[in-house]
Structures are given as structure tokens and as C-alpha cells.
Write a protein that binds this ligand. Structure first.
Ligand SMILES: CCCCCCCCCCCCCCCCC(=O)SCCNC(=O)CCNC(=O)[C@H](O)C(C)(C)COP(=O)(O)OP(=O)(O)OC[C@H]1O[C@@H](n2cnc3c(N)ncnc32)[C@H](O)[C@@H]1OP(=O)(O)O
Ligand SMILES: Nc1ncnc2c1ncn2[C@@H]1O[C@H](COP(=O)(O)OP(=O)(O)OP(=O)(O)O)[C@@H](O)[C@H]1O
Ligand SMILES: O=C(O)CCC(=O)C(=O)O
Ligand SMILES: [Fe+2]
Ligand SMILES: [Mg+2]
Length: 294
């Protein structure tokens, strides 16, 4: 099998301290976007603006995620990939960045090369990677969930490694809110961009639609024989009849999802990596508008 990386870019963004629901009704374009009898009150998870179609908006409300095809350009993805490689080669060392290796190779000798790096976290001080959070096409959709004041709360680029045979490349099913000390949850959204084609074979994102309407569940390390990556906690009450949906995505496709949505990813059975960029940070950084209360 061809040996190549599989890439994702992923950010968690939040509006902190959304002052009141009054914001929801004061939008001048709402009437042209939706029928007059369409009450904004029936939307809990999305805000009024002219970006989402009614269908897209209802889809997110019902399912807790929304895939936008072909959102990020190949040129930008190429730039993010090159910056990731520079970080792995230690040509740049952005302050606060954390470089992780898969647990299956955590104790082997470190070589500064992207083939051993499974994830870089907290790249908010890397101007090139942080550009992802500020791309107008990303911000435009993020605002539908957070409103106009946007903080990047966690940033991550995931280079999902080919499984070594121990199934440690899996990411157990979890809710991101488990990791977040901030609220309200409905004003938080994760933006996740495939940096190349991803499907079940290389461990695409897996979601359980509608679970954003449920509670935050208890999380713990799964009992996996081959080991589990640091901080990869999972929900405990997996039910076989849960309807998992595998999100097959092309390079540049982006999924926005709610922090209570149960999701994870399966084994990467290919010989390639799968990179994603993922963003949220306690060392949050302003993307747009005003810094409210952090
Ligand atoms: C992390 C995110 C998780 C996934 C969830 C994703 C979705 C949700 C979004 C929100 C995510 C929020 C994440 C929470 C934020 C907090 C974190 O980032 S926790 C991440 C880990 N960080 C720390 O533990 C802080 C201290 N840092 C370190 O210990 C190291 O920097 C390191 C990150 C562990 C890697 O160190 P490194 O120098 O590369 O490696 P060693 O010094 O050789 O290893 C030290 C020790 O750790 C073991 N180890 C290394 N990698 C892993 C791994 N991937 N999984 C498990 N264990 C690992 C290694 O074997 C060594 O063990 P020893 O017994 O001490 O020899
Ligand atoms: N029966 C289960 N119990 C607990 N968690 C599960 C179960 N099945 C799947 N998962 C979780 O959901 C994630 C995605 O599952 P999925 O079945 O897509 O991946 P996989 O089992 O690694 O690969 P595949 O089924 O394609 O061979 C897995 O990584 C795993 O963490
Ligand atoms: O990309 C993956 O495999 C899972 C990432 C994830 O859980 C996340 O971005 O929150
Ligand atoms: Fe997650
Ligand atoms: Mg399976």
C-alpha cells in the first residue's frame, strides 16, 4: 500500500459569555433567510444569520454536526502541511506547542520527522497554523454557532499514524466537553478539516448523530490490550445498537460539531498517516471580535 500521510486540521472555538438570548432575535437578515412564521426560538444550537440554509441549520440542530464540502483550499492545506513538517523537523519551535507520539512508539528513540509525530497540540502561537482559525471560510461558519466574538480554545493537528498492530491508532468514542472547563456548551463548536481523503480504512471521524442533545457522560481510559494514548478517554456505556456514522471526507471538507456529540475514530489500517489539525486551547487566542471574559 502506498505510504502517505492522512491529514486533519481541527479547532475548537467558543464565544465565551454570550450575554443573552436577545442577540438571537436582533438580526436584520433573519426575515429574508427564513419564512416569517419560522420562529427563531425553535433553534437551540444555531444562531440567526444568512450563512446556513434552513436545511443545514435543521441538520445541525437534529444531528449535532454539519459537513461543508470543499471548504478549505488545497493551497492552504499544502501550507499547513509544510508548517507541520517544519515543526516535526524542529526547524521552528512555536512557544507552548506540544508534540506527541503514539503510545505504541512512545518509548522508542525520537527522530525529528513527521512519521513519528501523531499530533501537535497548542499551536496558537504558530502564525502559519493559526491562520487556519482565521480563514474567512472557517470563521463564517463558526459564527453560526458562537456568534461574532470568537476565541480559539484548543488547537491540534492530528497525524493519525498507520496502526502498528496494537490498535492504538483508534480514538475511543468521547465527548469533547469532557475536556473543557468552559461553558456554555452550545456556544462551543469544533471545526475539523480533512487534510486528505479519509474513510473507514484510514480511520475517519465517526459520530453518533443526535447525541449532542444528551448529557455529558462519564469518561475513562478504555481497557484496550495494546495500550491507550495519554488522555484518550472514552465513554463507558457503549451500546451496540448505537448508530455510528463514518464521515467519509475529501481534502478540504470540514465538519463543524457540537462539544457534546459523541465521536471518535477507528484504526488506521493503511500504511499512510492521516493528518488532521485540531484546535482548542486553555491558552486561548482571539480570532474575531472582542475577548469577553477570558
Ligand atoms: C491530549 C488530548 C487528547 C485527546 C482528546 C482529543 C479530543 C478532545 C479535545 C480536547 C483535548 C484536550 C486535551 C487535554 C489537554 C491536556 C493535554 O494536552 S494532556 C497531553 C499530555 N500532556 C501531558 O501529560 C503534559 C506533560 N507532558 C509530557 O509528559 C510529554 O510532553 C508527553 C506529551 C507525554 C510526551 O513526551 P515526550 O518527550 O515526547 O516523551 P517521553 O518523555 O519519552 O515520554 C514521557 C512518558 O510518557 C509516555 N508517553 C509518551 N507519549 C505517550 C502517549 N501518546 N500515550 C501514553 N504515554 C505516552 C512515555 O512512554 C513515557 O513514559 P514513562 O513510563 O515515564 O517512561
Ligand atoms: N463495540 C465497541 N465498544 C466500544 N467502543 C467501540 C466499539 N466499536 C467501536 N468503538 C469505538 O468507535 C471507534 C470507531 O469504531 P469503528 O468500528 O469505526 O473502528 P474500528 O473498530 O477501529 O475499525 P473497523 O470497525 O472499521 O474495523 C473505535 O475506535 C472505538 O473506539
Ligand atoms: O481526528 C480524530 O481521530 C479524532 C479527533 C477528535 O476527537 C477531536 O478532534 O475532537
Ligand atoms: Fe474529540
Ligand atoms: Mg469496529
Amino acid at each position: 500500500m502506498e505510504s502517505r500521510a492522512s491529514v486533519r486540521l481541527r479547532v475548537v472555538l467558543s464565544h465565551l459569555g454570550r450575554p443573552s438570548a436577545g442577540l438571537l432575535v436582533a438580526h436584520p437578515t433573519a426575515e429574508t433567510a427564513y419564512p416569517a412564521n419560522f420562529h427563531t426560538q425553535q433553534f437551540q444550537y444555531t444562531l440567526d444569520n444568512n450563512v446556513l440554509s434552513l436545511e443545514q441549520r435543521k441538520f445541525y440542530e437534529d444531528n449535532g454536526f454539519l459537513v461543508i464540502k470543499n471548504l478549505v483550499s488545497d493551497a492552504d492545506i499544502e501550507r499547513f502541511r509544510m508548517e507541520f513538517e517544519r515543526i516535526c523537523r524542529e526547524e521552528v519551535k512555536p512557544p507552548g506547542i506540544m508534540i506527541m507520539r503514539d503510545v505504541s512508539i512512545a518509548k522508542s528513540e525520537f527522530v525529528p520527522d513527521e512519521t513519528v509525530v501523531s499530533k501537535v497540540q497548542d499551536f496558537q502561537e504558530d502564525e502559519e497554523l493559526f491562520r487556519y482559525c482565521t480563514l474567512p471560510e472557517i470563521v463564517k461558519y463558526v459564527e453560526c454557532f458562537t456568534g461574532p466574538n470568537i476565541m480559539a480554545m484548543h488547537t491540534m493537528l492530528i497525524n493519525k499514524p498507520p496502526d502498528t498492530g496494537k490498535k492504538t491508532s483508534r480514538h475511543p468514542l468521547h465527548q469533547d466537553l469532557h475536556y473543557f472547563p468552559f461553558r456554555p456548551s452550545d456556544s462551543i463548536v469544533c471545526a475539523w478539516t480533512a487534510m486528505e481523503h479519509t474513510d473507514r480504512n484510514n480511520g475517519c471521524l465517526v459520530v453518533i448523530p443526535g447525541t449532542h442533545k444528551g448529557p455529558l457522560k462519564p469518561h475513562a481510559y478504555p481497557q484496550w490490550e495494546g495500550g491507550v494514548n495519554l488522555m484518550y478517554h472514552g465513554i463507558q456505556d457503549y451500546e451496540e445498537d448505537n448508530k455510528r456514522v463514518h464521515l467519509v471526507m475529501e481534502k478540504g471538507d470540514t465538519v463543524f460539531f457540537h462539544p457534546l456529540l459523541i465521536h471518535g475514530s477507528g484504526e488506521n489500517k493503511t500504511q499512510g498517516f492521516r493528518k488532521f489539525q485540531d484546535v482548542w486551547s486553555f491558552r486561548a487566542r482571539l480570532v474575531k471580535g472582542e475577548r469577553i471574559n477570558l
